[in-house]
Design a protein around this ligand. Structure first.
Ligand SMILES: *[C@@H]1O[C@H](CO)[C@@H](O)[C@H](O)[C@H]1NC(C)=O
Ligand SMILES: *[C@@H]1O[C@H](CO)[C@@H](O)[C@H](O)[C@H]1NC(C)=O
Ligand SMILES: *[C@@H]1O[C@H](CO)[C@@H](O)[C@H](O)[C@H]1NC(C)=O
Length: 410
């Protein structure tokens, strides 16, 4: 088991891994795709922010290294530059910004369970009778402020009033819905007693603590998913081709929101500046512009094929375990000891052993650039010199011919 702990990391939060600088993350004030950013932003996001991140997490790194030392496992030097760990990412091309991963870094996502809880008869009835339903859920362990929840509820009611939606299902999970402030009906100024909503007396709103999310998203009448943009929710929404309105709260969620927006199947909201009007106009766009649905379907194709890769992920783990038998040596206590670099040698690229300059071929390219510069400079110098000599000769000739004009009769 020790082998596995040391070898393998499964994750979806790419900001902590060695990666191409074109990929960054909003969590460090950057964007998931740095393609169109200014030089200044690219410099900050490729150099300054990663250093700051490393500095801020040095205590965690020291802690992990101390724990590793206790059980005799070699230490990690850095969160981002581990060449001797097999990384399995719960992500896939089409969702992740395209840039090459090193071979030791394998994408095996989206990881989705084989079976999902099905709809309760209540929910089934609600969904079948509401053809334009929005599903709201914010994951299992995060919540935003009561004020934001009130804005979400107000928006949901307003969307129903204006007949943009005819149904809202809200899975509240960790959030204590009895703390919801009173809601005002914007159309007539009347106060709507929140208890009516919570007891599901409103014909178009269904509030529940837990909901079978995948089954709801799979229903054809679920037209929209208002989500925090956690990786599992995003994958489920993609898998069911449900356009999203993303309200990121923490961690990788802001990055996922950007990825989903770049893929053209979502719009995002800000938890610091949540407004009823903004939510309504974005819901209208998501429902009326065909591109959101078609892009969601496009991603769905990628997700469906790539979701088989979880078996590949399991195979990779088994490969490691089986190879350990051949690459390991039995130590004096009769335990199998494996040198990770030996075990992972088929995946570790040689450049990681060659140092920064040689590994990136900077020595070779550097010399090539110097040679090119020397050649260009000597060429330009020679060219100028030749021109100057020619010019001098010419002016000498013309001066001579002015002083001693040629006799035309000669
Ligand atoms: C950057 O700009 C190009 C050209 O306008 C565009 O094709 C590309 O999608 C943009 N990328 C991002 C991440 O906005
Ligand atoms: C939810 O809030 C109500 C009212 O403030 C309180 O009475 C109740 O204990 C809370 N429930 C939980 C589970 O925290
Ligand atoms: C809000 O007021 C409008 C207009 O009077 C009414 O049609 C609608 O049902 C009300 N909404 C709620 C949630 O009570």
């Amino acid at each position: 088991m020790l082998i596995i702990i040391d070898l393998l990391i499964v994750y979806s939060f790419t900001v902590f891994t060695s990666q191409h600088p074109i990929r960054s993350d909003p969590v460090i004030g950057c964007h998931v795709n740095m393609e169109n950013e200014s030089f200044y932003n690219r410099f900050i996001c490729a150099i300054v922010q990663p250093l700051r991140l490393h500095w801020n997490f040095r205590d965690n790194l020291n802690y992990i290294n101390a724990r590793r030392a206790e059980i005799g496992v070699s230490k990690h030097y850095d969160f981002r530059e581990r060449a001797n760990t097999l990384f399995l990412t719960d992500s896939f091309f089409g969702f992740e910004v395209p840039a090459a991963w090193p071979p030791i870094h394998q994408e095996i996502g989206p990881i989705l369970p084989d079976t999902f809880p099905s709809l309760s008869s209540d929910l089934d009835l609600f969904l079948s009778s509401h053809a334009r339903t929005m599903y709201i859920a914010h994951g299992t362990f995060l919540h935003t402020t009561p004020k934001n929840y009130a804005i979400l509820l107000q928006s949901a009611l307003e969307l129903i009033n204006r007949n943009i939606l005819d149904g809202v299902i809200w899975a509240t999970v960790t959030f204590n819905e009895s703390e919801l402030p009173l809601t005002i009906n914007l159309s007539n100024g009347e106060i709507i007693p929140t208890s009516n909503l919570l007891n599901n007396l409103h014909p178009h709103v269904y509030i529940t603590k837990y909901a079978p999310q995948f089954a709801i998203l799979s229903h054809e009448n679920t037209k929209l998913f208002l989500s925090h943009g956690g990786i599992s929710s995003s994958h489920e929404s993609i898998y069911t081709a449900t356009p999203m309105l993303v309200l990121p709260i923490a961690f990788d969620q802001a990055g996922n929101a950007e990825r989903l927006e770049l893929a053209g199947m979502a719009l995002k909201l800000s938890k610091f500046d949540l407004k009823v009007d903004d939510i309504i106009s974005k819901v209208v766009r998501l429902l009326s512009e065909e591109s959101f649905k078609s892009n969601a379907k496009r991603l769905q194709v990628l997700a469906k094929y790539n979701s088989k890769r979880k078996y590949r992920g399991a195979d990779l783990i088994e490969i490691m375990l089986n190879m350990a038998k051949y690459d390991g040596i039995i130590n004096e206590n009769g335990e199998l000891e494996v040198n990770i670099e030996t075990l992972l040698r088929s995946w570790i690229t040689p450049d990681s052993r060659m140092g920064f300059f040689r590994g990136n071929y900077l020595d070779v390219f550097g010399v090539a650039v110097i040679i090119a510069l020397v050649l260009i400079i000597s060429f330009v110098y020679g060219f100028c010199k030749a021109i100057m000599i020619a010019f001098r000769k010419l002016s000498f000739k013309s001066r001579n011919s002015q002083i001693f004009p040629k006799n035309k009769n000669e």
